[in-house]
Ligand binder design. Structure first.
Ligand code: JD8
Length: 262
């Protein structure tokens, strides 16, 4: 997968050289380039912002450098080999919430371009114009306010890179994790069996794989009900069997709405 990131703080993306994302870059799985937006300015001060039309606090990113950046990274003419146009992602608190489902969607693209805004954001016409030639998605990390889009790009690229073919050694670990099955995961433990007076649950040391699987499922259900009632409510009631409902019942949680006894 090819990825271009445009930012006025390209150094902010330095962590993408580390760990497994860095490894995917080094082995060519991820062809990532980070670009300084100021490289597409022409004035001596390399100005990227101006005051907002209509007034108000702060500054807005000027459209001209962004237009030139996107022209360079996503040319209007389709390449003669017929390669598909890139997908433009613009982090914004007003964007579509980033989810594991979107990570899977993005991992299937061949070329992503990220536009990192700062200040009060990017002139809307940059997005409107880009949308005439490529797919544009405004994406949000969540309901809190950041200074700019760079951290969102770090998060999104970490989530996407681990889904690229060959990045995860054990393919099985992808479909056992949280958000694949809509539940939070059970807690994990390693040696020693007793640490500072805290014991590893006996069941995990029993060697009884059936009991262990049941215990993990119960823990996942109760954790999800306690911490993420929204995830539990979104589950297909048909995915909960009698033992699941009894685990939730023992923990004092009512059966999901619309559930029918089976
Ligand atoms: C991009 C500028 C700051 C945005 C005024 C101060 C994502 N989940 C998220 N929260 N915040 C962002 C985010 C914030 C950004 C930019 C992403 C560019 N800002 C601005 C508009 C209102 N503030 C985000 N993804």
């Amino acid at each position: 997968m090819r990825v271009d990131v445009v930012s006025i703080f390209p150094e902010y993306l330095a962590p993408l050289d580390l760990s497994l994302v860095g490894k995917a870059r080094a082995n060519g799985t991820l062809r990532l380039a980070v670009h300084d937006l100021r490289g597409w300015t022409h004035d001596v001060h390399r100005t990227v912002d101006d005051t907002p039309y209509g007034g108000g606090p702060g500054m807005v990113m000027r459209p001209e450098p962004w237009g030139e950046a996107l022209d360079a990274l996503a040319p209007a003419e389709l390449a003669p080999d017929g390669v598909t146009l890139p997908r433009l992602l613009v982090p914004s608190p007003a964007g579509e919430p980033f989810t594991q489902a979107m990570a899977h969607e993005l991992a299937a693209e061949s070329h992503l371009v990220f536009a990192c805004g700062r200040y009060e954001g990017i002139d809307q016409r940059v997005l409107d114009h880009a949308a005439t030639r490529m797919r544009v998605t405004e994406v949000s990390l969540g309901d809190y306010v950041l200074f700019g889009g760079e951290v969102a790009v770090l998060v999104i690229l970490e989530a996407v890179t681990r889904l690229l073919p060959g990045v995860l050694g054990n393919a099985g670990s992808l479909d056992e994790e949280s958000h694949a099955h809509g539940l939070l995961e059970a807690p994990m433990y390693t040696k020693p069996a007793t640490w500072r007076g805290h014991e590893v649950p006996e069941v995990l040391r029993s060697g009884d794989h059936g009991r262990i699987a049941r215990w993990r499922r119960d823990e996942a259900l109760v954790r999800t009900a306690t911490r993420r009632p929204d995830l539990l409510a979104a589950l297909d009631p048909a995915s909960l069997d009698k033992r699941d409902r009894s685990a939730l019942d023992r923990a004092g949680f009512p059966p999901p709405a619309g559930d029918v006894a089976k």
